[in-house]
Design a protein around this ligand. Structure first.
Ligand SMILES: [Zn+2]
Length: 236
């Protein structure tokens, strides 16, 4: 099987759905005696995988079945992984303040190199969402996802909204992917990744789409001065 990002190398690794650093931050080191709960996405055509018990951070349950190659998983996308790791850590530490203010300045998150680091956060979720598209057979062209990741330029149709989503139990993972089609084409898709109560709503939207959630969304083209921090109310 070829890697979906470069299309060249033989795929050898499986991308984590949830970052190991996010899992560790929330649960410490899980064991078979004290497993963590993982909320996997509901992908059309796949059986539901909710609240699966996972005994190890290396468990295959936490990875996408679809593979990407070692180069793409390490050298190419590690800067994106690190950007999200920092973002996630800072945001979780500041959740009450973020909620009270309803917004934040990107240079509070990343004092240096603000715009490009925020773009790397965007590209981290471009990778995760791309894996969901490939694995779930979601009828979206994967080429722009691969191009964005390879070139370091943002995916033109992928938006992020950061916020707080109260969860009934401590959990890391993703929601279902909801898709809206127009004339047989995906016009809008929405998915939520969460680390405890910190949530990132990843949205794919064609130009002109006005869907719920997009009003709080951010795209690197908007710059990275002030971003909203949303109080998510439903569990998507
Ligand atoms: Zn590759």
């Amino acid at each position: 099987m070829k890697c979906w990002i470069c299309g060249e190398e033989e795929a050898a690794t499986r991308e984590h759905l949830a970052k190991a650093s996010d899992l560790k931050a929330l649960f410490g080191k899980p064991s078979q005696q004290q497993p963590l709960h993982f909320n996997a996405s509901d992908i059309p055509g796949k059986p539901r995988r909710r609240n699966i018990r996972v005994g190890s951070l290396k468990s295959d349950t936490l990875k996408f079945a679809h593979r990407i190659c070692l180069t793409c998983n390490s050298k190419l996308t590690q800067p994106y992984d690190y950007a999200w790791e920092d973002c996630s850590k800072e945001m979780r530490a500041a959740l009450p303040i973020l909620l009270a203010r309803g917004s934040f300045r990107a240079n509070w998150l990343f004092p240096y190199d603000t715009r490009s680091t925020m773009c790397r956060v965007h590209l981290y979720f471009t990778k995760l969402f791309g894996c969901l598209v490939v694995e779930g057979g979601i009828p979206l062209d994967i080429a722009p996802f691969a191009d964005a990741i390879t070139s370091g330029r943002p995916h033109p149709n992928l938006f992020l909204a950061f916020g707080h989503l109260p969860m009934p139990v401590e959990m890391v993972g993703g929601s279902d992917v909801h898709i809206a089609q127009l004339d047989g084409k995906v016009a809008f898709a929405t998915w939520v990744y969460n680390v405890g109560d910190l949530a990132v709503n990843v949205m794919y939207a064609l130009p002109g789409e006005q869907r719920q959630g997009l009003e709080n969304a951010w795209h690197p083209h908007m710059g990275a001065k002030r971003l909203r921090f949303t109080r998510f109310e439903n569990a998507f």
